[in-house]
Design a protein around this ligand. Structure first.
Ligand SMILES: *[C@@H]1O[C@H](CO)[C@@H](O)[C@H](O)[C@H]1NC(C)=O
Ligand SMILES: *[C@@H]1O[C@H](CO)[C@@H](O)[C@H](O)[C@H]1NC(C)=O
Ligand SMILES: *[C@@H]1O[C@H](CO)[C@@H](O)[C@H](O)[C@H]1NC(C)=O
Ligand SMILES: *[C@@H]1O[C@H](CO)[C@@H](O)[C@H](O)[C@H]1NC(C)=O
Ligand SMILES: *[C@@H]1O[C@H](CO)[C@@H](O)[C@H](O)[C@H]1NC(C)=O
Ligand SMILES: *[C@@H]1O[C@H](CO)[C@@H](O)[C@H](O)[C@H]1NC(C)=O
Ligand SMILES: *[C@@H]1O[C@H](CO)[C@@H](O)[C@H](O)[C@H]1NC(C)=O
Length: 873
């Protein structure tokens, strides 16, 4: 894949998923449940199977020339639902059911319970089953799959029905008969069967398989480390059965099955709730307590399959115990081959209790007819634990090129030896679930950072496939270990609890008031769309202009967190922060009302619009203002708040072009306020993202400093942080500008509109400051206070130069013929850190007395410190 198309893929995948999804329950369009041969309806759990021996039944219709109604009086007690299968239809000749359905993907579930009826003995039954153009079962002998302990033979398929009917045909082998006990034909969500999966031949590469019309047999749904899940307890509207994984564990080392039933499983938008029910993610199998033992084995499952087919292996993950990246890093092997190295669930999901899955394609042609799934600690990683985790496992068989799913006679061979699979690199922005998303993230990281890093051997490895993670950590294990926290039963987010008493939430708005203020959320008043939702321009009572930020309709859980958040935000007051005026929570709405910023985002004043060019001085003042705002977030009354998404669209300008930082604080309020899974894993915007944060998921103030460095470069160069239209070395502004800065050529790429109006020293100082912000390692970056000081210094250099050149007819400050070498050194303290006190005291001055009170408010700062991601401190 070329670099360009790689980028296109990255960006396409990324942007197509930055929307919220409200998870609705899945309601199947068709739900046709049949108890074959039954004279009355049979209720299983809460579902009603229609007895098909009733004359009233219109759908399906049956064409069974010599059909026989069979029944057994004393069904096997090992049956889960004996009533459903104690009768059957027997077909001595070719017979078929015709179901009227809505076109689309359907589950087709077949129940076979072999019992002797009259002269029909199970041994004598061999038949084939087709469904429209698909051959589901070929020379199938149910008796071979039935045992005393597990008498029911259950088959589940997913078919895309393109016509309005589904013909289920049963054709017995000669002098044999076919039978069936129950059938389900139920619509399924389109996306449950993905179109992309990771290749085993080229690990890490997603490939598209088959056509949309490929039928799959869902051979295994295993709740790894947990209990069996009945259809009733599956995701709403899906009705799968999940088995325990124990029978498929290989060898004596069975690891440790464990669960956290109190965990509230979070489903990011790429993992719809129907993917698997919470109970699957709440339990897992890990390796065990002894690291030495763990290092020496793999957890292994072996699952019988038929040879000659391609399988889709879906692994479900959800970290329930380990909160930090780099602790549980493991490898995945399929059929003794490495499917993926260095898997770290926290790196993938960003948090405890977040559901994720990965899909792999495995071709089974020769050898043992068992699919091997293994996980084990990544041998060469610096993972703190030698451990691995798996929550769920599914195996789906894909039809052969001729549309057959054929095995069934106990002979493990496919009917065609062909490859059965069309693979190809994916182009465009197909979204195929977490696999692709995580891959995109990894790719982006890979694209962005390959060049800048001389630190890690992994990254510079030639042709290294984009990996899930973790690049080696640079001797950080100790710090990480000290930050380790193991079990947190609560939901990983929103675990802080408000301790603020009383109500200081700012003004309460009714929904009606805000409807009026925004002309009923008139789309033409949209100022922007952000992580939280849409932002509308509005006008309240006295004509005061406000920005109204409307979040998605609430979830119950979101509400308390929303309140906590408001309590915190309403206490943040600073000249360089956009103030929260009030809020509304009504009609399941979560709305925040902010000061309106007449001049909008800084970005629009830099490029891409017709707005007048900002002078160098204005730019410096804006940067200084924004730096003050961030400095206050990091160290002021609200000590320890990390913005997490510093960028030029989050720096707003009021009517006097005073910069105010927006969109802070909404970062830790839990999934209902979070943008997406991606933003959880990698909160922030691409191009501004602290590479260290990406690797370690350790959020510190220095992550904001990095992003601010990108902002500085953007201000100087007047171009976006990421511009995929440019050549490879220029796509990422941070990378490109840093390279220019290091070779002393930063001036060559600065905004041409600035040339002639800024002093070289000022730009140099500015460039050096940005460079320091963009250091690879957080510890090497200055604190926001230092950045602030340096920018002030740059402003002073500029002003001195400007006043020096005042009156000159050629005020081209950047002109080499007029070097500003003899500038007076600015009257600044020599050590930036010494200045911290004075900068803080000036903040206090700006804050005014009300805010000073706030500074002393101990309970407030206690709460503020809770807001900080514990991993970040
Ligand atoms: C069974 O009947 C269907 C149509 O009813 C036909 O398409 C199919 O070829 C028949 N199969 C056999 C084995 O006769
Ligand atoms: C079915 O066939 C197997 C051998 O093919 C035989 O061992 C078994 O006894 C038969 N069962 C019945 C009920 O006829
Ligand atoms: C089913 O097939 C139709 C026609 O080929 C196609 O348009 C549709 O996208 C398919 N649906 C799914 C869920 O694959
Ligand atoms: C469903 O789950 C609940 C709680 O986990 C359990 O009490 C109940 O027995 C389950 N129902 C079925 C039908 O398995
Ligand atoms: C994997 O390796 C084991 C032993 O090393 C072997 O027994 C097994 O058959 C192999 N599995 C496959 C699918 O090749
Ligand atoms: C885990 O399985 C893989 C693939 O079968 C194998 O290469 C590796 O050596 C195994 N690791 C251990 C510790 O047995
Ligand atoms: C499954 O069968 C259909 C034809 O019925 C075919 O178009 C499709 O490519 C097959 N899928 C695979 C993976 O071969």
């Amino acid at each position: 894949m070329g670099v360009r198309s790689g980028w296109a893929l990255c960006l396409g995948l990324l942007f197509s998923t930055t929307m919220w999804t409200v998870h609705a329950q899945f309601v199947p369009t068709d739900q046709i449940l049949i108890a074959c041969g039954a004279a009355s309806d049979v209720v299983v759990d809460v579902r009603q199977f229609k007895g098909d021996a009733q004359a009233t039944l219109k759908n399906p219709t049956l064409d069974a020339p010599q059909g026989v109604l069979a029944s057994i009086s004393a069904p096997n007690t090992n049956l889960l639902n004996p009533k459903l299968v104690q009768q059957a239809r027997i077909f001595p000749v070719n017979s078929s059911y015709t179901f009227q359905v809505t076109p689309g993907r359907h589950f087709v579930r077949l129940y076979f319970y072999p019992f002797t009826f009259s002269s029909y003995t199970p041994n004598a039954s061999t038949f084939s089953v087709t469904a429209n153009q698909y051959r589901l079962l070929n020379d199938f002998r149910p008796v071979l799959y039935s045992s005393d302990s597990k008498p029911l033979v259950f088959k589940e398929y997913s078919l895309n029905v393109t016509a309005s009917s589904l013909v289920l045909n049963f054709s017995p082998a000669s002098s044999s008969y076919a039978f069936i006990n129950a059938i389900e034909v139920v619509s399924m969500p389109d996306n449950l069967v993905p179109r992309l999966a990771l290749s085993l031949a080229q690990p890490g590469t997603p490939i598209a398989w088959g056509s949309a019309n490929t039928a799959v047999e869902m051979m295994y749904h295993l709740n790894v480390g947990g209990e069996a899940v009945t259809p009733q307890n599956d995701s709403s509207g899906i009705w799968r059965t999940w088995q325990v994984d124990d029978p498929y564990l290989f060898g004596a080392a069975r690891g440790k099955a464990d669960s956290v039933i109190a965990a509230t499983i979070q489903y990011p938008s790429q993992v719809p709730e129907y993917t698997a029910p919470p109970v699957v993610y709440q339990s897992a199998r890990t390796m065990g307590v002894s690291e030495t033992v763990n290092a020496a084995f793999n957890l292994t499952w072996t699952l019988p399959v038929d040879l000659g087919y391609t399988y889709l292996v879906r692994l479900h993950f959800c970290e329930l115990w380990v909160t930090s990246i780099g602790f549980r890093v493991f490898n995945i092997y399929l059929n003794n081959r490495t499917a993926e190295n260095g898997v770290d669930i926290i790196a993938l999901t960003g948090n405890l209790n977040y559901a994720a899955f990965r899909d792999y394609l495995v071709r089974m042609d020769t050898g043992v007819a068992k699919l091997w799934v293994q996980i084990g600690p990544a041998p060469s990683s610096s993972s703190s634990y030698k451990d691995a985790i798996l929550n769920g496992l599914e195996i789906w068989k894909l039809n052969s090129t001729t549309g057959s799913l054929g095995g069934g006679s106990g002979v493990n061979a496919g009917e065609d030896g062909g490859s059965g699979i069309q693979t190809g690199a994916i182009a465009g922005a197909a979204v195929g679930g977490v696999a692709a998303i995580a891959l995109a993230a990894a790719l982006i990281f890979f694209c962005c950072c390959r060049k800048t890093s001389k630190l890690s051997p992994t990254k510079s490895r030639k042709n290294a496939p984009p990996s899930w993670l973790p690049l080696p950590h640079h001797g950080i294990s100790d710090t990480m270990a000290s930050k380790m926290s193991t079990v947190s039963q609560k939901s990983g987010t929103g675990s802080y609890v408000s301790t603020v008493q009383g109500s200081n939430l700012g003004r309460y708005f009714t929904f009606a008031e805000l409807q009026e203020a925004t002309n009923n959320f008139d789309e033409s008043l949209i100022l922007g769309v952000g992580g939280f939702g849409k932002v509308f321009k509005g006008e309240i009572d006295d004509g005061t202009k406000v920005a109204v930020k409307r979040g998605n309709p609430c979830s119950e859980q979101g509400l308390t967190e929303f309140q906590t958040e408001i309590e915190l935000l309403s206490k943040l007051r600073h000249r360089h922060l956009v103030s929260l005026i009030g809020y509304c929570e009504e009609h399941c709405e979560m709305i925040l009302v902010y000061d309106y910023m007449a001049n909008g985002p800084l970005r629009g004043h830099l490029y891409g619009t017709e707005l007048p060019t900002l002078s160098w001085k204005q730019r410096l003042e804006i940067c200084i203002g924004a730096a003050r705002g961030l400095h206050y977030l990091h160290t002021g009354a609200a000590q320890g708040i990390i913005h997490r998404d510093v960028k030029t669209t989050n720096i707003l300008l009021d009517e006097n072009l005073v910069a105010k930082v927006a969109d802070f604080g909404l970062s830790k309020t839990g999934p209902s306020l979070e943008q997406t899974h991606i933003s959880t894993a990698v909160k922030g915007s691409f191009g501004y993202l602290d590479p260290e944060y990406f690797r370690r998921q350790q959020l510190t103030e220095k992550s904001d400093v990095y992003s601010f460095g990108v902002v500085l470069m953007e201000v100087l160069c007047a171009r976006p942080a990421i511009n995929p239209a440019l050549s490879r070395d220029q796509v990422n502004l941070a990378e490109w500008a840093l390279q220019k800065q290091k070779s002393g050529l930063l001036e060559s790429i600065m905004d041409p509109k600035l040339v002639g109006q800024c002093s070289r020293d000022s730009v140099r100082k500015f460039g050096e400051t940005a460079e320091k912000c963009l250091q690879e390692c957080g510890v090497d970056r200055p604190a926001m206070g230092d950045v602030l000081w340096n920018l002030e210094h740059a402003l002073q250099l500029h002003e001195v130069a400007a006043s020096g050149s005042a009156g000159s007819t050629q005020p081209n400050l950047m002109d080499a013929s007029a070097p500003m070498v003899s500038l007076m050194p600015p009257a600044m303290p020599t050590h930036p850190l010494d200045d911290d006190d004075s900068s803080v005291s000036s903040e206090k001055h700006i804050l005014g007395s009300d805010d000073d009170d706030l500074l002393e408010d101990a309970s407030a700062s206690a709460v503020f410190s809770q807001l900080v991601n514990p991993q970040g401190r």
